[in-house]
Design a protein around this ligand. Structure first.
Ligand SMILES: [Mg+2]
Length: 260
């Protein structure tokens, strides 16, 4: 991983006018959910979109093609969003893509095979704080509440190594995400949505390791924004924090009004 020297603050003068010039009628606006549209909370089930952001998001959703691409399942994400964007893609790209229903059934079968294998490795009465969340087409193993984090992480990784078929693994804060090898990631998902919607350009905002799959597409037609600075990110622009999201969507809405 190398340092990203192009990364600049989105609300600097030059960057902001680049964004204004980039936005057109043929731009798809895509967002991650946790840590992007919604602030992170200690309990993931408690996330919610602040009203100020929701209002701007509703306006955007009425005047442009909008997508939410999240690690959550679609039904869980919809519950927290309360609004249906044109596209709602769940499971890091593995759920809800137009034209992928049959492949999704394969992913679903693979995830349930992993679930039974993990149920054997970690019988219910020995879990001690490990939670296995079956999200349909992917699995997440949570270990935030265990006593010995380091040891537990080690035995979880050993268990993942035994799974058949082997998953694509994306680690996060006290979580391991298991994704079927051939499932689309967020980058592939965004490209498919651009294709299906006829949008030639896209503006994407995210904050996670899985969002890097979009950032590293490094495509002049994709304007990438990371929530929170990370010099190792491949995004082009960053926001200082999730609290700047409302201003970002507000700027987009203003620009869209001008070009209508
Ligand atoms: Mg996120």
């Amino acid at each position: 991983m190398s340092m990203n020297e192009r990364l600049s603050y989105l609300f600097g003068n030059v960057a902001l006018s680049r964004m204004r010039n980039f936005i057109g009628r043929d731009t798809l606006f895509a967002f991650d959910l946790d840590g992007t549209l919604a602030p992170i909370t200690p309990q993931p089930c408690a996330i919610g979109i602040p009203d100020s952001i929701r209002q701007e998001f509703i306006i955007l959703n009425e005047q442009a093609v909008v997508a939410v691409i999240t690690g959550r399942s679609r039904s869980d994400a919809l519950h927290h969003l309360g609004i249906s964007p044109r596209y709602l893609i769940g499971n890091h790209g593995a759920e809800g893509l137009p034209g992928w229903k049959e492949r999704e059934n394969e992913f679903f079968n693979i995830a349930s095979q992993w679930q039974s294998q993990l149920d054997e490795i970690f019988p219910m009465n020995t879990r001690d704080g490990i939670t296995i969340e079956n999200k349909g087409t992917t699995l997440s193993i949570h270990y935030r509440h265990v006593c010995n984090i380091k040891y537990t992480h080690k035995i979880i990784l050993e268990a993942i190594n035994k799974l058949d078929p082997q998953p694509r693994r994306i680690g996060g804060q006290f979580i391991e995400n298991l994704i079927p090898e051939n499932a689309p990631d967020k980058g592939i998902a965004l490209r498919i949505l651009m294709d299906k919607s006829g949008c030639h350009k896209s503006l994407f905002v995210g904050d996670d390791e899985t969002d890097e799959d979009v950032f590293r597409l490094n495509d002049a037609n994709i304007f990438t924004v990371r929530v929170g600075i990370n010099v190792f990110s491949d995004a082009l622009f960053y926001l200082k924090g999730q609290n700047e999201i409302m201003q970002l969507i507000g700027e987009i809405n203003n620009e869209l009004r001008k070009i209508q």
